[in-house]
Design a protein around this ligand. Structure first.
Ligand SMILES: [Fe+2]
Length: 400
């Protein structure tokens, strides 16, 4: 598959290139000069304490569809794995079954979190050859995995913390996910009028890394994976009294894969990034942003399903400087205020975004929902407002 075309996941989700330009800021680029061509996110794989219930939560609350499963019944003895999708976004939830499953040790150390930001690539061997030459840690050498649906070529490299990037070429595979998985369908009955999905695609996945290591990881993505730096840069000038961070964004050539990288900056008290690093037990994926073309409806449905969002202070919406900065957006500000949706604008356009509370027991992983209108940013102008909201929650947990 040539880059610039739709991925099979996008085709299946009936998305088109115009929609993807709007949704996730997809751009054309010349893959022939890329030493490590990446087509798209393949899946986000989570290690969780209870995959069976987690899979149910994402079906019930996030409106996702179950599509595949592997577990003891299918010959995977030590774990259960559930594969869910919404649009082109694919999540996999894994939990240990056998007491000696390495997943249980991982969960003990980190709690619920992302273990793998898997990437779809057209040439696994080319990527690994380049990554090795650049000094990357190869966790899994290129190998073929097959079943009656065909063959997947795969390999894996290490990134920050205990997170990995599995590289997958599934162009010769037609099964529901990977060899060993069987097709499953959602048993949830959706109410009449419920949209077929609440979000269409993964927009970006943010990594929190240790103090002083952000530039090393930016350089890792540049050197090893041929990722380019995106414009957004957040220095420690964006700080509240407590939370400060530095952030830079790297992306693959076509911008389907965007990885902002945060490190804590010195603040008066423990920053949100420090809190994450402490409770996750090191670097890891902080939040996943999901693209929607109707954030108002998405948020209304998620709230009705019990998903909790960070509160945005009313002062955010009446701030004359903010009103001036954001200008006209597609709905009255009051509609955004009622839902706590944030707005940011740059020279290319604007975006609407909202953040959930942490999704698990530990104050670590959370979600963002984002509706882009031309802007390719990440909500830099909202960091202060977001931080103040997060800090109110942090204070309630006694972690400030
Ligand atoms: Fe984000």
């Amino acid at each position: 598959m040539t880059i610039g075309e739709l991925t099979p996941q996008e085709q299946e989700a009936e998305l088109n290139l115009e929609q993807l330009k709007q949704l996730v800021g997809l751009v054309e680029y010349d893959a022939s000069r890329d030493p490590f061509p990446v087509t798209a996110m393949d899946a986000i794989v989570f290690c969780v304490g209870n995959a069976t219930q987690t899979a149910q939560f994402y079906q019930l609350a996030f409106g996702m569809d179950l599509i595949a499963y592997a577990g003891p019944e299918t010959g995977q003895r030590d774990r259960k794995s559930y594969v869910l999708k919404a649009g082109s976004a694919r999540f996999v939830f894994e939990g240990g079954v056998a007491s000696d499953s390495p997943l249980l040790d991982h969960h003990r150390r980190h709690g619920d979190g992302v273990v793998d930001l898997a990437l779809e690539v057209p040439d696994v061997d080319k990527c690994i050859e380049h990554a090795r030459a650049q000094g990357a840690t190869i966790l899994e050498e290129p190998n073929d995995v097959s079943d009656e649906h065909g063959t997947v070529r795969r390999a894996a490299i290490a990134t920050y913390g205990e997170t990995r990037h599995t590289l997958i070429d599934r162009s010769k595979y037609s099964g529901p996910y990977l060899p060993g998985f069987v097709a499953r369908t959602t048993v949830v009955t959706r109410p009449e009028g419920h949209p077929k999905r609440l979000f269409q695609a993964i927009d970006h996945c943010v990594g929190n890394v240790e103090l002083g290591r952000m530039d090393d990881w930016v350089s890792f993505y540049n050197r090893v994976m041929g990722f380019v730096n995106m414009a957004e840069f957040i220095g420690d000038d964006i700080a509240t009294d407590y939370s400060a961070l530095m952030s830079k964004v790297v992306s693959n050539g076509n911008h389907r894969v965007k990885f902002p990288l945060n490190e804590p900056a010195i603040a008066k008290k423990k920053s949100q990034i420090d809190e994450y690093l402490e409770f996750y037990g090191g670097p890891g994926c902080q939040h996943i942003a999901l693209a929607t073309n109707d954030i108002l409806r998405t948020v209304d449905l998620l709230r009705a399903n019990g998903v909790q969002f960070l509160n945005t202070p009313d002062s955010y919406y009446v701030d004359p400087a903010l009103r001036e900065r954001i200008g006209e957006v597609r709905v009255p500000i009051e509609e955004l205020q009622r839902r706590g949706i944030l707005v940011d604008r740059d020279e290319d356009g604007y975006l609407l975004q909202i953040f959930t509370a942490p999704i698990g027991d530990r104050p670590t992983v959370f979600y963002e929902f984002i509706e882009r209108h031309g802007s390719l940013g990440f909500g830099k102008g909202n960091f202060k407002a977001l931080f103040e909201a997060i800090e109110r929650e942090q204070e309630r947990r006694g972690n400030l």
